[in-house]
Write a protein that binds this ligand. Sequence first.
Ligand code: NOJ
Length: 705
Amino acid sequence: MMRQDDDAHAMREDNGMRRHAFLFAIVFATALQAAPPDIEKLIREMTLEEKLGQLSQYVPDQPELQPALKNGHVGSILNGGGAERVNELQRAVLAGSRLKIPMLVGHDVIHGYRTIFPIPLGIAATWDPSLAELSASVAAREARAAGIRWTFAPMVDIARDPRWGRISEGAGEDPHLGKLMAAAYVRGFQNNGLLACAKHYAAYGGVEGGRDYGTVEMSEQTLRDVYLPPFRAAAEAGAATFMSAFNTVNGVPATSNRFLLTDVLRGEWGFRGFVVSDWSSVTELIHHRVAAAPRDAAVAAINAGVDMAMVDGSYMTLGDAVRDKRVSMATIDEAVRRVLRAKVAAGLFDDPFTDASRTAATMLTRENRDAARRVARQSFVLLRNEGDVLPLRRDAGTIAVVGPLAESRVDLLGSWAAEGKAEDAISIFEGLRAAAGTAKVMLANDAEAAGRADVIVAVLGENRDMSGEAASRASIELSQSQQRLLEELVSTGKPVVLLVLSGRPLALAWAAEHVPAILQVWFPGIEGAAALAEVVFGDAAPGGRLPVTIPRATGQVPIYYAQLPSGRPADPANKFTNKYIDVPIGPLYPFGHGLTYTKFEYSDVEINGNVASIAVRNAGSRDGEEVVQLYITDVVASVSRPVRELKDYRRIALKAGETQRVEFTITREQLSFWKGKILTAEPGQFRLRIGPNSAVGLETTYELK
Ligand code: NOJ
């Protein structure tokens, strides 16, 4: 017991040090140019009203903003980008502010600012954190040039229910992949001048029925093992801020949840940044029926650990609560301190303005577009490729492009595209036509016209408004009209390639049986169509792997690979086991799945000490990349543990015919799970499985002494 305590303590210390190093680095960089303000002195000089102003965030067109500007009571503005506009507002803030405290401009810079990248779920499908970091670095430079210093990203909510539209904004269902992506985004944003905000803290992805803004009931075990790790990774990477979520967690709204916001975030993880509420989530405590009036809601939120209220003005009502001692001045001061520290880190005291003459040259550069193309190329997941229909040959004759999304540009941008513009993109039809060389690419309006071509490319799925915030769906199948079109296309007898645009996994059971080639494209960003054409014609190979399970039918969700075992594991031959009577067991496509234009063979799994290894051979005739995945199962533990969990993976490039041995070092942390506040590993056997996805692989055993 003592040992485990020591381990946990050592881990906390270590994380604390890394985080301090980061904060120190940005503060230091600023200090080189100007003396940092004396935050304590500022706090001593501020009136209570001025302090509450620092804890309040407004949108530019909000009526409450004007009087707040006059008094300098503006801590932050959101979604008011554009260097000139920001400078103008900043001048107004500084003119009103007695102590000359600049405001912090936040914006939803989610997957690009002007140069739009694939949606985060697509970026997660690259299984390459360096690409997440690249996307964030480009987004940060563009946003910063527009006067923005703070983004409400990354969204690090684990999502295991594709009915929830916001699954598109995160890294999918898995905590290991989620942690890697969370930390990469934080680095990419913050190393390029944009403060990050890990959201939505916490467990927002677990809403019942996938209904956005709904309720979450979840054991502390699942919370700590699955939903919190990406947040912790973001904190450890130095994320400057967190956002509290809309939902309740086990009856307590996240925005008044002292356990989450103070005990865990600050107490256990040592987070020193500030927490902003989500949009009006403080006054929404009234709807959650834990507060009677805005002031009570504000009291509950600030005492729980929310430092800044977004938009609802609720924190400006806290004056009386402080005078009545429902909130201590020390609590207010600490919140102000955290906000001011972030403003220092953002360089605002050094120079609160942005050089508007440089904005245009920073946006949409060739380099930024190339980065977006690179990420998009790696984000496509080849789900099926019977008879090697893909890649299409340029001497294939005529290619018909059909479907409601074939000519759309705007839908490629996804649901949260900041300053992205449809005119910056080309459509999938235009992309294919431009890259077709000697092949003839034609638009077809229906199956009859498409049937006259040699090959059919169907572009189906969701338009961009069908996923994202407030876009929960009770059915994640294709619409009836798209399904009908697809069936007609297949009945022409011509080979059909299905390109699936969507912000969530769609239940494509019929297609998976009848359409020979299926490529999951997500919403791929402004370079998406060009990248897609490269992959369709084989100039590049599909590199993505599923960051989420694809179900056969909506009724299977939530469905995810790391489920807990059943006392009666599913058995097709035994009725009284863990399954449905009307759909087959298991997913349509498992987490981690993704084909490419060559094939890989796995053999000779071995364990040597704490190193597991396997031979992977490129058994096809093209060079290619494989993502070799390590899953671990705790064979017997004191609590029921998932059937398997992803713990590590390697992306390797193999020439045709080449074999490589891939090694994984097994660490104590990989074998650990949370018991209360302690990360612990229990001695005994662990089954290791190495393979191309979560459903298949070769096994060996590791013993923890
Ligand atoms: C509400 C959303 O939940 C959150 O993700 C976003 O950052 C804020 N609105 C600000 O736009």
